[in-house]
Write a protein that binds this ligand. Sequence first.
Ligand code: FE2
Ligand code: FE2
Length: 154
Amino acid sequence: MSQVDINFTPIEWSEKMATGVPQVDAQHRYLVDTLRRANDRLLGDHEGALLGEIAKDLLNYAIMHFETEESLMKRYGYEAAFPDVARAHIAQHRDFSRQVVAVCDHLREGRPVSRMDVLKYLNEWLRNHVLGIDQKLGAFVREAEARQAAEPPA
Ligand SMILES: [Fe+2]
Ligand SMILES: [Fe+2]
């Protein structure tokens, strides 16, 4: 991907991204890997259909991942404990989905889409989200699970 000037920092997994919740971390690693492959493929060649395909795959996996996190929120009462953070978190998920759906719609309608802008958005969104609001949820889930494990069986 060296021949193209890019205006974003390609995402890379770092231990700082770990939330300590194994299922969430495995899904985050998968999302980061998928996006890294997408960066390489999209910046390396210019197949027309590729961007739409990648956006759709990423969206499908991301939606499944959002469901995982949002069901953890429900299971452990995140919204009751931190209503504003929980609402902001879910809003970030919805915003991501809306943006990627818009990209897919534009492509389907044959409207021009800048792959650089799309990649910039995806890389920045994923990095900021995983390093930011997902960390709060991870800490909350870890604590809730530890509390549950410490409870004597009923
Ligand atoms: Fe999230
Ligand atoms: Fe996440």
